[in-house]
Design a binder for this molecule. Structure first.
Ligand code: HEC
Ligand code: HEC
Ligand code: HEC
Length: 372
């Protein structure tokens, strides 16, 4: 027990101890948090990539922790790639020495053919790919080889936009028979309704889980729909019948949202947001690369992936319409600005870089020059 004099003194001199106690707690807590931040670092620190001229506010912020973590699937490519073996002339060709050589690969040397076959099996996760001539995977695989060669040869402006990167089967497949981020038609999403409302206000992967329309990929990346909704003219006096409607704007935003998510960037990676209409001047170089990407995806879907619908077994087709599996930005990019963070995947694979069937191998002298 406390002595009497203390209780008496206490009663006569009432003091609010809560105020100072709270003060000490708050200051102590702040010092503690500050000490943690100083010693461990700010967990949500961001770094930003400036995409436009100074003063325009054009930048793409990213968490430093994300930037420090490389794409974990890069390792899977590095494990499966191998240097080409430049032919010395006079070797037996794969077409003569082997059975079931896919069209276009007959003129490879046996060594390079086996090297490529081994890699394609690893990249697609199909250990007996091209062994059974009658299997649908063989038939689909033949088309895939031509598609991959066409991308590297004719869309270099996209897939080598900054430096040599290119694509192989791994860019889409990542070790699995069915690539991630393929898509199927899903509209209408509201069966009891007709008309526009039937394509939106439903949470689907195609609308990026927003209320925006679910048919943007179908309209713009298969049907050649025109992406043009924003201009500086008054619509009042214009030709109302041909002007874009608010629905076209919503569908365009649905596509742009998809594009941004596919690359893990925001709109300012490509646009100055005061001028979404601009196709020169107020755009970034990436806008032009993206524009080419849209043309490339239209071709991949219309010339390669949709025409092979009849080759697939029913379980590979779309759940709603039984349509062929299709590709788009996310199938290659998988959330990164450049697929596999810009890893050069084509340097080792001249066989997949040309549709001519006659790959160009660097001579040992060329290679020495490159490494000098
Ligand atoms: C642009 C992306 C892309 C590239 C590059 C690509 N593929 Fe494909 N591949 C697809 C899509 C999309 C499908 C359809 C998925 C399905 O079969 O359900 C597919 C399916 C396949 C299938 C059928 C798998 C199955 O079990 O249904 C095979 C085999 C295949 N690809 C082989 C290849 C080979 C070999 C290469 C490289 C020479 C390659 N692909 C490159 C996108 C790609
Ligand atoms: C990777 C680059 C890229 C990103 C990121 C991007 N866009 Fe676009 N955007 C384009 C390209 C390219 C076009 C032009 C397509 C065409 O003309 O066929 C376009 C067109 C548009 C249009 C139509 C312009 C017109 O002429 O009417 C709007 C609106 C738009 N984008 C808004 C957005 C918004 C909003 C975002 C962010 C959610 C965004 N974009 C993100 C590349 C991009
Ligand atoms: C077949 C695979 C593939 C598809 C599909 C694809 N891309 Fe790409 N894209 C690439 C590759 C590979 C690069 C890297 C080129 C380089 O950095 O040299 C790239 C680079 C880009 C860049 C430049 C990034 C930078 O840092 O400069 C943009 C922007 C882009 N793609 C947008 C798109 C959009 C938008 C789509 C869909 C309409 C798309 N891509 C579809 C393979 C693809």
């Amino acid at each position: 027990m406390l002595p009497q004099w203390f209780n008496k003194w206490n009663r006569e001199n009432p003091t609010n101890i809560y105020g100072p106690a709270i003060g000490v707690g708050v200051v102590g807590g702040a010092v503690f948090v500050a000490a943690l931040l100083v010693s461990w670092g700010q967990p949500y620190a961001t770094d930003s990539l400036q995409t436009g001229p100074r003063g325009t506010g054009m930048s793409v912020p990213e968490f430093e922790s994300d930037l420090a973590t490389p794409d974990p699937t890069i390792a899977g490519f590095l494990e499966t790639t191998s240097a080409p073996i430049p032919p010395q002339g006079g070797e037996e060709t794969a077409g003569d020495a082997r059975d079931n050589v896919p069209p276009g690969l007959e003129n490879l040397t046996v060594e390079n053919y086996v090297r490529l076959l081994t890699a394609m099996r690893a990249w697609t996760g199909i250990p007996d790919l091209f062994e059974d001539a009658g299997s649908y995977q063989t038939a689909v695989g033949h088309v895939m080889i031509g598609m991959t060669q066409n991308i590297n040869e004719n869309w270099a402006g996209h897939v080598n936009a900054n430096k040599e990167v290119g694509v192989t089967c791994y860019t889409c497949h990542r070790g699995q028979p069915v690539p991630n981020n393929i898509w199927f038609r899903a509209t209408p999403t509201v069966e009891t309704m007709e008309g526009w409302s039937a394509v939106q206000n439903r949470v689907t992967p195609l609308s990026q889980y927003t209320s925006l329309p679910s048919d943007a990929l179908e309209e713009y990346l298969v049907n050649y729909g025109v992406i043009a909704v924003h201009d500086l003219e008054s619509r009042v006096e214009n030709d109302i019948a041909n002007d874009p409607l608010i629905q076209h704007t919503e569908r365009t935003y649905s596509l742009m949202n998809y594009v941004s998510n596919s690359l893990g960037v925001n709109c300012l990676f490509c646009h100055n947001s005061r001028a979404f209409y601009a196709s020169s001047g107020q755009i970034t170089p990436q806008w032009a690369t993206a524009n080419l990407g849209i043309q490339m995806v239209l071709e991949l879907n219309n010339e390669y992936l949709i025409p092979i619908e009849g080759l697939y077994p029913p379980e590979r087709l779309g759940p709603v319409h039984g349509d062929a599996p299709k590709a788009a930005c996310k199938t290659c990019h998988q959330g990164y600005q450049q697929p596999l963070q810009g890893t050069n995947v084509i340097a080792d694979w001249p066989e997949l870089a040309t549709t001519s069937g006659e790959p160009v191998y660097d001579t040992p002298a060329d290679q020495a020059a490159l490494t000098e």
